[in-house]
Design a protein around this ligand. Sequence first.
Ligand code: MN
Ligand code: ZN
Length: 500
Amino acid sequence: MPDAITVGFVPFSTARRGILVVFCDDALKFGPATSKILGRVAGLAGRAAATNQFKGKSCSTLDILAPGGLKASRLIVVGAGKLSALKDEDFLKLGGTAAGKLGASKEPVTIVAELPSGPMEPDQAAALAAGVRLRAYRFDRYKTKKKDGEDTALRGEISLAVGDVGAARKAFAVRAHVVDGVIIARELVNEPPNVLYPEEFARRASRLRKLGIEVEILDVKAMNKLGMGALLGVAQGSARPGRTVIMRWNGSKRGDQPVAFVGKGVCFDTGGISIKSAGSMEDMKGDMGGAACVVGLMHALAARKAKVNAVGAIGLVENMPDGNAQRPGDIVTSMSGQTIEIINTDAEGRLVLADVLWYVAKKFKPKFMVDLATLTGAIMVALGTEYAGLFSNNDELAGRLTEAGLATGERVWRMPLGPEYDKQIDSQFADMKNTGVRHGGSITAAQFLQRFVDGTPWAHLDIAGTAMGAPKTEINQSWSSGYGVRLLDRLVAEHYESKR
Ligand code: MN
Ligand code: ZN
């Protein structure tokens, strides 16, 4: 990835010049290597902490300029809070917090990866480094001028001082691929819709071939032949033709059943004939956040050579009002043979996913399918931007996703499914209709999807609140979060890779 920064690892003994970042706990204690580096300045930090009411709380910072007695020009103390409770996600946040304090400085930076309890484990140091990179990402390709002081992008080489340089490097080599995957997903979501339309999205996905991923692109003719009438009904209103992209990573030699990930890729959603109101319609460039996550995830799995067989499948369309657009009242026939009455053309994501889910279930017979979609505004009403909605027909899969969510900080909250909800999408004219009643809208959307999974263990993640426009965090300052890449990479790593 073309990052503006590079992250390297050095031994504790070289941490001296430039900007120095160190960690303390909520008792303002430093680790032994940090104390040695700081020497008598450790006492100065204590006094500065007292005057600044710095208590070492998690992700709080204390900034000391030109600390006398140190060669460093600036000392930044980052609080790690209570040490007993630190999870993987916390190390990402600590790295992100450190990076957030650095600004556009051209000086060398050393981050001392040590806690009061001692050197961070290689994997913890790698998480810290990942947090630095995730925080440093920004999307400013289309800004031709920068106002004074506006360019605060982090640049140059950032060194992490660690106990075991080789082990930290090795751990980060794996993790860096996952960070790349997150950044790929963010980049796709941030791109404007005149640049990123279905064919261009497919072209970008085909870059994954360089990593050994098989990429197959189904054009309109191929999708017609397969009978993908639900997806094509959405696509027909746009001058830009739709595409379905199938990505296959065969990392397990044993002809294992694959795991499968399916993404909604509505490159722009006007609502179609049931057109949306103008307010914030520009955000609908992000209605392909599910597809972006699948591409980022496939990158991560292949680049780190995950020992798993994985399928990624994305349905790419643009939902536009047009003389040829589908109408409310139309009845389309999906690839499964089930017919769908269109009630609202703005409920298009489920129509796209219906055909892609069916295709994947039938063609690959996967161990499970997880789909991701910026599917409903209703999920934001329920969960805000903190959790994605999780719907599943399989308790084991749902439990594993919940665990992976807690570990990575990409959290999910399980929502109900059931026959009472399902019958709300029965139609008087066709097998089903594409919307239910006003209430429980994210649930009836999930019920609709379930009719196309053919009994495959399945989970649906409604990421409308988490993929884009969520509040800025320690590890993300851009509009798009890249949500789901770390979550699903973790799910695969914990449960579905063959051990050899
Ligand atoms: Mn829509
Ligand atoms: Zn949509």
